[in-house]
Design a protein around this ligand. Structure first.
Ligand code: GLN
Length: 481
């Protein structure tokens, strides 16, 4: 029996029926990774989904999972192999966040999400590639090489959770965890043709996630189906005393029987405007038509402040980065260069350890927060953030969901953005606005482009803490697309 390529549900059913053991399942995936995509493997051939391989941990966990299954005490994630973005800490394993400054850093404790997965008996195969410190939209800003798109290896897997998306799409893991600050779960999921859920800010604990921008970062599941995303989300969500911004979600039962035919879907005009590829528009409009045929009420709406989201994000995000990344000073963590004095140690360690994009954002953030400029930039951006919030709040007074593309274009060629950071920033134009407001969003594969056969994701945005409503509709829609 081929053990590779099953969903969580199918893997779990097989384990339950004793068609295969957790150790056999883990070995099948570990073998596939070793043969086709070993971390640090040949650059030309590899997809480069993984930065490190946690083989010993995976085999130990698989043995424990088999014991759990034998004793009858198991659930849907027990024995199911997964991959974890290298921004999330797994105790005793390397956690580099794709940065040279953390190249040899070993996580001293488990992130809350990892603790929860371990309690379920999950099997962790390895840590996946990302843009350095999760800043980017293509994984090209990783200090350890780009992740290629399994659908077309000349193209990017998206970012920053490109390694997680590629691992799931290439059947190197059954599911993965990613993190989303401005689009990093949804955009790579769209580029690689998988399902990715960015939960509401506060639904999932950030404890043990290396901070990028603390008012935006969220961990979420990436998997083959919406049902699988729900299984993982149900495990990782909830209040955590180690993250004061977490709360318990709305009772999931409330949305269990929610149906498309009862849904009011808002289609924001501004998300179907300039810069978008016609093929993307066609695929998204077709998906919207399918929802309409299934009985949804489709209403064109307007989110006028969304046009300011990109500018607003690229002030708030660097400001938070400049504060969060001050801790990487060559003393507390990771790479430490010798210097003549303390300042010299800082300059050399940060100079050598941090990449271009990270330095660019630290400088922008430091500038925007400096006295004299704070009011003009940071404070102004916070005011704009409130306008964007008000737009969405108004929309959700009348709507159940918003439908729009995840990205204006499908996966692009590696190197296509060259050295132009502004072009890269535009890749997030449809994922940033709701993120500034902390809303949940999901990327659902909606079809493929005609000539190049590249996946395109439909973005379903829901109201705060209504992930289960999004997931219910996504499950219904994935059978229609
Ligand atoms: N691409 C966006 C950025 O570079 C979002 C990144 C993310 O969501 N982690 O900031």
């Amino acid at each position: 029996m081929n053990l590779i390529g099953l969903t969580i549900k199918q893997s779990s059913d097989g384990l339950k029926k004793k068609e295969f053991s957790a150790v056999e399942l883990a070995k099948a995936y570990l073998d596939k990774i070793k043969k086709t995509d070993p971390p640090g493997g040949e650059p030309g051939k590899n997809i480069n989904a993984f930065l490190s391989f946690t083989e010993d941990l995976a085999l130990r966990q698989a043995e424990q999972a088999d014991q759990k299954i034998a004793s009858g005490k198991f659930n849907e994630l027990t024995g199911v192999p997964c991959a974890i973005k290298d921004a999330i800490m797994v105790q005793g394993e390397k956690c580099t966040d794709a940065s040279k400054i953390l190249e040899n850093y070993v996580a001293p404790y488990d992130a809350t999400v990892i603790k929860k997965l371990k309690e379920q008996g999950s099997v962790i195969l390895g840590k996946t590639n990302t843009d350095e410190f999760t800043m980017g939209s293509s994984t090209e800003y990783s200090a350890f090489g780009v992740t290629k798109n399994p659908c077309d290896k000349t193209r990017v897997a998206g970012g920053s959770s490109g390694g997680s998306a590629a691992a799931v799409a290439a059947d190197l893991a059954v599911y993965a965890l990613g993190s989303d600050t401005g689009g990093s779960i949804r955009q790579p999921s769209s580029f690689c043709g998988i399902v990715g859920l960015c939960p509401t800010y506060g639904s999932v604990s950030r404890y043990g996630l290396i901070a990028h921008a603390s008012s935006l970062d969220q961990i979420g599941p990436m998997a083959k189906t919406a049902e699988d995303c729900k299984i993982v989300f149900d495990v990782i969500k909830g209040k955590d005393k180690l993250d004061a911004t977490t709360v318990n979600s709305v009772d999931a039962e409330k949305f269990k029987n929610f149906k498309i035919k009862n849904a009011r879907m808002g289609v924001p005009r501004e998300y179907f405007s300039k810069g978008r590829e016609p093929e993307v528009e066609k695929i998204i409009k077709n998906a919207i038509k399918k929802a309409e045929d299934a009985g949804a009420k489709i209403v064109e709406i307007s989110l006028p402040s969304s046009e300011f989201a990109l500018a607003c994000y690229y002030i708030i995000d660097p400001c938070e980065i400049s504060a969060n990344l001050a801790r990487f000073d060559g003393i507390k963590y990771g790479l430490s260069e010798q210097g003549d004095n303390l300042l010299d140690v800082y300059l050399k360690s940060r100079g050598r350890g941090l990449g271009q994009e990270v330095k660019r954002r630290i400088m922008i953030g430091t500038y925007c927060l400096s006295s004299g400029y704070y009011d003009a930039y940071y404070k102004k951006a916070l005011e704009v953030r409130r306008f964007i919030h008000n737009d969405f709040a108004k929309a959700f007074n009348k709507m159940d969901f918003l439908f729009c593309p995840v990205s204006p274009f499908p996966s692009f060629k590696i190197g296509a953005m060259g050295d132009d950071p502004m072009a890269m920033y535009l890749a997030d134009i449809y994922t940033l606005p709701m993120k500034l407001v902390g809303l949940p969003g999901l990327s659902l594969p909606a079809g493929k482009t005609k000539e190049e056969n590249l996946p395109v994701g439909l973005q379903i945005i829901g109201n705060h803490f209504e992930e289960d409503k999004i997931l219910a509709v996504a499950q219904e829609m994935e059978n229609m697309l």
